[in-house]
Design a protein around this ligand. Structure first.
Ligand SMILES: *Cc1c(COP(=O)(O)O)cnc(C)c1O
Length: 625
């Protein structure tokens, strides 16, 4: 068992400017505790008994820390200004006599990272992660056995990139000796050698295994941008993942939201009771509002207004609050377009309905003709982005151009696209966008929100209000002035939403869409193989939800099929189209293509049981002759 850890902490951290003027990087605070001390506590928790810290810049800070931890020995590299991390490590050689964990001082990470290294049976293990998109990443090239081949900060210096270096490495004593020999030979012309290069330098003589962890929250804090990211997303994520709680039974929801959520989102709701009028809670809502805006627009010109309610509340808030006496053109090519017409009607809005088939792309020329020929002046156009009825993705970018041409403000119901399909409100010319907490954001149901272009929203100030609770401008103004919703917010749901936003951020919207798309492809290939068809052609498909044509045989019954899946932990959804017999399968939420593979297998079993298709004799029939 490893009992020793070594922390490299000599560096000056100049890129953090004023923050490291009077303290080394390791003493940056999160939750009022230096990050290096948090790291030390984790090391002690996993059974490390001796921690050797290679100090240099403002070494006194570490000496003071060592007075509180008898396990710490500090060894100073007086040449820290002229030397690199390998020099610091080399100078610890009289204090190291065993295998050890090597860490950088400016890391925050989940304790799991240490467990993985300790429990890996190989003597030398480099911890790595998926690419984080950091501007200061060290990329790793590995061979087919996952042994280190090369590392570099520039992607183009490597033949291919396997993973990103975390900065926590398990090093056996013989390997350390090899690193020291390599260093001795290199110091003559390079005192700035860093330990990564020493590892690469010995990699042809020692097998250095690269252990890539897909699901690790961690970051290095080297500059202001890293610090902000650490404070806002990574550190809260680490805390959420380190909560000591039992897993919750996992159901696979293939309905179009509420979607399957992570346990970290579920448990984010368990918080001390708080009055939502407290500033602390106002800060939670401010975070949520800012982050939601940032997903689709520049917060300088756009803002997010929150409501307690399901998604329809956001659509209703927009339609009822921003349209004046002039007409709103509503595109209706599914149940959600129709719903917007119903809302318009309920409020007595001056609206024009443009109807289009639910399974075909919109005819832009026809929409343009409608605008041109309208006797009434059209001030707004409302359209659903991903029509959840069918999975038809409306081309809002082209509609946006049309709106620009005719100086029409565009309203988009992006309920089932937000958080997965990339949206740029400015580029797409969207003035108002409606979405909710419980679809691709993978949060709990109960928060609806409107992202609005500020100067357009300001223009609605003078309109006569048609309602009270859902009045967009009032809700906006009140939040701006007080950081509060006008009426009691869904407190715990908002905590879950905050966590869900952090997770969306860390995964990234593009990556999330890739994950969804992979599940969708498994679904489409699966149903096609089983002889089923889907309503919307691939090229117009959102890849978020699919309307599948029902098996046309008497033994099929949707409710029965639903119950069959439900018993197996899968929830599917009925169709919502008049005159077309479909059922729906969504592929959103915290699920992967593997869940979808299991779903397709279950579907096959079910279809066999009702006599719709027959057993496949050969599992890999296609590849054999
Ligand atoms: C889910 C959804 C809504 C909102 O439905 P609620 O039941 O109110 O949450 C609105 N529009 C679209 C396109 C949707 O997918």
């Amino acid at each position: 068992m490893i009992k020793t850890a070594v922390i490299l902490a000599a560096g000056m951290g100049t890129r953090l400017g004023e923050r490291t003027k009077n303290q080394p990087k390791g003493f940056l605070m999160l939750d009022e505790k230096p990050i290096v001390e948090q790291s030390i506590c984790k090391l002690l928790e996993i059974g490390i008994e001796k921690i050797v810290i290679g100090t240099g810049y403002l070494a006194e800070a570490y000496d003071r820390l060592a007075t509180r931890y008898p396990q710490i020995a500090c060894v100073r590299n007086d040449e820290y200004e002229k030397t690199g991390s390998m020099y610091t490590l080399y100078h610890l050689k009289n204090h190291i006599s065993d295998d050890f964990l090597l860490l950088e001082s400016d890391l925050i990470y989940e304790k799991k990272a240490l467990d993985i290294l300790i429990n890996n049976k190989r003597p030398d293990v480099i911890l790595a992660s998926e690419l984080t998109g950091s501007d200061d990443a060290v990329f790793i090239e590995a061979d087919e056995y996952r042994f280190l081949r090369n590392m570099a900060k520039k992607e183009n210096e490597l033949n291919h990139i396997y993973a990103e270096l975390v900065g926590i490495t398990k090093i056996s004593y013989p390997t350390f000796q090899a690193m020291c020999s390599f260093a001795e030979a290199s110091f003559d012309d390079d005192l700035k050698l860093d330990y990564e290069h020493a590892l690469v330098g010995i990699s042809h003589q020692v097998n250095l295994y690269v252990h890539k962890l897909d699901d690790l929250a961690w970051c290095e804090i080297d500059n202001e941008h890293h610090l902000l990211r650490a404070e806002r997303y990574i550190y809260p994520m680490i805390k959420a993942k380190e909560k000591n709680v039992p897993p919750v039974k996992r159901n696979i929801l293939l309905n179009p939201g509420p979607a399957t959520t992570t346990d970290t989102v579920k448990y984010a709701q368990v918080v001390p009771d708080i009055c939502p009028r407290e500033e602390e809670f106002g800060n939670v809502m401010q975070f949520i509002s800012d982050e939601l805006t940032k997903f689709v627009a520049d917060p300088e010109h756009y803002t997010t207004v929150l409501f307690g309610g399901s998604g329809t509340a956001a659509v209703e808030a927009i339609l009822s609050s921003v349209v004046g006496e002039e007409a709103v053109l509503i595109v209706n090519n599914g149940a959600y377009g129709k719903r917007m017409c119903q809302i318009a009607k309920a409020y007595g809005l001056n609206y024009i309905e443009y109807r289009s088939r639910p399974d075909e792309p919109l005819d832009l020329a026809a929409i343009e003709a409608m605008i041109q020929n309208s006797a009434r002046k059209i001030s707004h156009l409302a359209v659903v982005h991903n029509e959840t009825t069918t999975g038809l993705l409306n081309d809002i970018e082209s509609i946006g151009r049309l709106c620009k041409k005719y100086q029409i403000q565009m309203i988009v119901d992006a309920m089932s696209s937000f958080g997965a399909i990339p949206i740029d409100m400015e580029a797409m010319n969207i003035s108002y966008l409606a979405a909710s907490s419980n679809k691709n954001l993978q949060g709990m149901a109960g928060v609806a929100f409107v992202v609005a272009k500020k100067d357009h929203l300001e223009m609605t100030k003078h309109l006569r209000p048609r309602n009270f609770y859902l009045h967009l401008y009032s809700q906006y103004k009140y939040f701006l002035e007080t950081k509060q919703m006008r009426f009691t917010p869904p407190v715990q749901t908002l905590y879950a939403l905050k966590q869900a936003i952090i997770e969306t951020r860390l995964e990234g919207i593009e990556k999330r869409y890739e994950r969804y798309t992979k599940s969708w492809e498994v679904l489409i290939n699966g149903i096609t193989r089983l002889g089923l068809t889907h309503l919307v052609k691939k090229e117009h498909h959102s890849r978020i939800i699919t309307a599948i044509m029902e098996p046309n045989i008497p033994s099929y019954d949707f409710q029965e099929m639903h119950n069959y899946f439900y018993r197996h932990g899968y929830t599917i959804y009925p169709g919502k189209l008049e005159g077309q017999n479909t059922f729906r399968v969504a592929n959103i939420g915290d699920i992967t293509y593997k869940d979808m593979e299991l779903f397709v297998n279950l579907l096959e079993q079910y279809l066999i049981s009702i006599g719709y298709c027959t057993e496949r004799k050969e599992i890999h029939g296609d590849s054999k002759t």
